[in-house]
Ligand binder design. Structure first.
Ligand SMILES: C[S@@+](CC[C@H](N)C(=O)[O-])C[C@H]1O[C@@H](n2cnc3c(N)ncnc32)[C@H](O)[C@@H]1O
Length: 352
């Protein structure tokens, strides 16, 4: 017997329907946040409130349409409408301000950028074939694409820096770094993580290592942090070689970008270049053995990696297997030791 609309009302399944429909609207939320970030609405609203007329004038947009977008952002908890047509930011929305210390403004612009939206439109291609949608759509891999699109590459590096800021502070405070020696951050991007560590440990020196486009913003970040004389920036390819003069190596949010074959290749390069006495810290998401609702971002990232880079998030067991197969011994796994991220400490097997 088929269910009628009356049955739905009678059984209280309306909430269930709303819950699903809201989730289907996730892409609309993402588009709305992306446009708000592009227009800089959060900076214009700041800590006070602005009318949609004022915001439309400041952004050269169509006021009635902008007001409707703002109301949708109210509905999803980004903004508030304290009086009709007047808008303020919620605490969640305030993170879209570019001057906020915990800003995710560049992060929102990057992950709502057309290169991601167009790749996700081909999610079905990835699920059907196992191939990266990004390459299918853009005819090249994401890091090659970024290397050829300087402005977006800068935005990507800045977005990563915003994402790293919280876990950098937590790692700098929560991990027992040595007082002296050299820390090498592999795939270290703009150096945000290393800057936080070096600021917390004045006796340490550092090396940020990444591809030429990956390290492009690092001299500025390190210069602003007053660390130019304690931290070197080196470019290279971690599939070929990595610096051999470090004591502690960090590799944060990198293995998620790669499938197991590439992850093993990177680890073998690391293993063959680092001193036998060195320590390796992998900082990233460690997935639970079975999926649950406690960390949806980890699963968004996992599928985002499947679509864009061909990489994946991993469980502790999967990390252990990769490390053991490539000549490392795992010393400890600190789940959640760096904000939402975990820290896996490993050493070359011969040194264990
Ligand atoms: C997801 S980002 C993470 C950046 C930084 N570790 C962080 O957590 O903010 C991955 C980094 O790996 C770098 N990368 C990609 N391929 C590389 C290669 N072959 N050699 C060195 N770095 C590479 C990228 O340029 C990028 O900075």
């Amino acid at each position: 017997m088929s269910t009628t609309p009356q049955d739905v009302l009678a059984t209280g399944t309306l909430d269930l329907r709303a819950a699903l429909i809201e989730r289907i609207g996730g892409y609309m939320t993402a588009h709305g946040i992306g446009v708000a970030a592009e227009l800089g609405l959060a900076d214009l609203i700041g800590t006070g409130s602005r009318t949609s007329r004022e915001l439309a004038d400041a952004t050269a947009t169509h006021e009635p349409s902008l007001r409707r977008l703002l109301r949708m952002l109210v509905a999803v908890g980004i903004a508030e409408e304290p009086a009709p047509g007047r808008f303020a930011l919620t605490d969640v929305g305030s993170q879209l301000r570019s001057d906020s210390p915990d800003s995710l403004h560049k992060f929102a612009r990057m992950f709502c950028h057309p290169i991601f939206f167009t790749s996700w439109q081909s999610l079905r291609h990835t699920v059907t074939t196992g191939e990266r949608a990004f390459d299918h759509v853009h005819e090249t891999g994401i890091y090659d694409w970024l290397a050829r699109h300087g402005e977006t590459s800068t935005l990507f590096n800045e977005a990563m820096s915003e994402e790293s800021r919280l876990s950098a502070a937590q790692l700098a405070a929560g991990y027992d770094f040595p007082a002296a020696g050299t820390v090498v951050d592999l795939g270290g991007g703009d150096g945000t993580l290393l800057a936080a560590i070096l600021q917390a440990r004045p006796g340490l020196r550092g090396v940020v290592f990444d591809s030429p486009s990956g390290v492009a913003e690092a001299p500025v970040t390190l210069g602003k942090a007053g660390l130019a004389d304690r931290c070197e920036v080196r470019s290279g390819d971690f599939f070929q070689s990595v610096p051999d003069d470090g004591d502690l190596y960090i590799i944060k949010s990198v293995f998620q970008d790669w499938g197991d074959d590439e992850a093993r290749a990177i680890l073998r390069t690391v293993r063959s270049h680092i001193p036998a006495s060195a320590t390796l810290l992998i900082v990233g998401t460690v997935l639970p053995e079975t999926a649950d609702t406690s960390a949806p971002v980890a699963y968004f990232t996992d599928v985002n990696m499947m679509v864009t880079t061909g990489g994946q998030e991993r469980t502790e067991g999967e990390f252990r297997a990769l490390l053991e197969e490539t000549g490392f011994t795992v010393r400890s796994v600190g789940v959640g030791q760096a904000g939402p991220l975990s820290v896996i400490e490993a050493v070359p097997a011969s040194a264990a």
